[in-house]
Write a protein that binds this ligand. Structure first.
Ligand code: DLL
Length: 433
């Protein structure tokens, strides 16, 4: 089922709508946000100069620091009395990034989520367990509203208290699990330790995961562990929260709701706009947001855009899985690697579980990398020879596939850290604090 007719609009119609909304947004930020007015004046651009989608390129990029510099509400385009909700994303350091919603923004957000949950297979027939943390994070509230909109029975259980989650899942007959992929993996493990066979004892059908990266190998792990159909969805607090894009059942990228977001891919170094299909940094302009409209926002997420029509019938552009973020790419002795590439190698090695941590540090002038990985089977611990062979296999695959030399530490099953929200996979001790 397709939730909204906007998802199947002909391209020329979509572009017409985007242009109309882009013009309104530029006018809106020029009139109401001093930061944008100053930027546009500096560049000698008047809102009337935006006459085609090509003109988007003329507009200035926005970065996270612009939000930080204008903390908390400086980039808002509406007075406080029109704001009905705040959320915030917790940065690793300093103040959070604050985002706000008007009544109309809340309606847009709800509709966007209704689209993505519908494309993932969820309907009024489903019971959906929201295992994202409720609070300032956009994940839980965002999914919650859209799930209710499609008529699903929502269980707002939040994250953590995993054994209780499993009990509720069994007792309430949960059919859709919503959360981060890393927490979902952990939950499957806890279910098994409680003597529950997720495939036989539960009614789960769908897994809708997002908020952090996941590889195809992780999708397979999740599908095998739970016996569910797994889709992922993407979003970002600054842009609206979850609901920017999501996978349909064809699993060939995440459909972006282009009637609300205009995506571009840029080269993160030169800032040049790249043609469709190129891999680069995703930049998004919101064209319907009222409280916090953002022009050409640099997401730092690395992906590519694909415009061919999808088998599902939707005409909206699809973005490929996020390869990583420009700020989490590791440069190891001159070799560029994303943690997701390391994950792919690990998950494709037999005997290795889906939990790992990457540690990077300096030894003299050299970058050193050590990876903690968990065994699936305790029995292997008995055999020194097999352990050594497994370490060598991982090491040589990392060398051949990615060109990096890593020291591997194997750990007993269920000993590495588990995460209830977004997983922290990399500890870079080279960072100057
Ligand atoms: O994570 C919004 C969200 C919640 C999306 C729940 C989907 C589901 P932030 O906390 O602001 O917002 O973090 C945004 O998370 O720039 C990406 O780096 C990462 N991210 C989100 N979804 C995905 C995904 C929410 N499907 C940042 N794949 C983004 C990879 C993702 N990374």
């Amino acid at each position: 089922m397709i939730w909204s007719t906007y998802e199947t609009m002909a391209r020329d119609q979509m572009e017409k709508l985007q242009l109309e909304r882009l013009k309104q947004t530029v006018r809106r930020v020029y009139d109401h946000v001093p930061h944008y007015r100053a930027k546009l004046n500096e560049l000698g651009i008047n809102p009337e100069d935006i006459q085609s989608l090509e003109d988007l390129k003329k507009l200035p990029l926005t970065v996270k620091n612009d939000l930080r510099d204008n903390y908390p509400f400086g980039l808002f385009a509406v007075p406080q009395k029109e704001v009905v909700r705040y959320h915030a994303s917790s940065g690793t350091t300093g103040k959070p990034t604050v985002v706000g919603y008007t009544k109309n923004d809340m309606e847009t957000w709800t509709e966007l989520i209704a689209r993505i949950v519908t494309m993932a297979g969820v309907s009024a027939e489903d019971t959906a367990q929201v295992s994202f943390g409720y609070g300032l994070f956009t994940g839980a509230f965002g999914l919650h509203q859209g799930l209710e909109r499609v008529g699903a029975s929502v269980i707002p259980i939040s994250s953590g208290n995993t054994e209780k989650q499993i009990m509720i899942m069994q007792d309430f007959g949960t059919t859709a699990l919503i959360g981060t992929p890393s927490y979902a993996l952990h939950m499957a493990e806890v279910a098994k330790s409680m003597g529950i066979d997720p495939k036989k004892d539960l009614k789960l059908k769908w897994g809708l995961f997002g908020g952090e990266g996941s590889t195809e190998a992780m999708r397979r792990e999740l599908q095998d562990a739970w016996g569910i159909f797994v889709t992922e969805n993407y979003g970002m607090s600054e842009l609206i929260g979850p609901g920017v894009s999501g996978e349909c059942k064809a699993l060939c990228g995440m459909h972006i709701s282009e009637d609300h977001f205009i995506p571009e891919i840029i080269d993160p170094e030169t800032l040049e706009v790249l043609p469709p299909g190129s891999v680069g940094e995703l930049v998004i302009t919101t064209v319907t947001k009222e409280a916090l409209p953002l022009i050409r926002y640099r997401t730092k997420d690395i992906t590519s855009l694909h415009y061919e029509t999808c088998d599902c019938g939707r005409t909206t552009v699809r973005m490929a899985k996020i390869q990583g973020r420009t700020d989490d790419m590791l440069i190891l002795g001159g070799v560029n690697v994303f943690p997701s590439q390391i994950e792919e190698v690990l998950f494709n090695t037999e005997g290795i579980g889906p939990h790992y941590q990457i540690k990077v540090f300096k030894k003299g002038y050299l970058d050193k990398i050590e990876i903690d990985v968990e065994l699936i089977d305790d029995n292997l611990l008995e055999s020194f020879g097999q352990l050594e062979a497994l370490k060598q296999t991982i090491r040589s695959r990392l060398r051949t596939v990615l060109g990096i030399d890593a020291k591997i530490h194997l750990h007993e099953p269920r000993t590495l850290a588990r995460f209830e929200g977004k997983a922290k996979r990399v500890i870079d001790m080279r960072e100057v604090k």
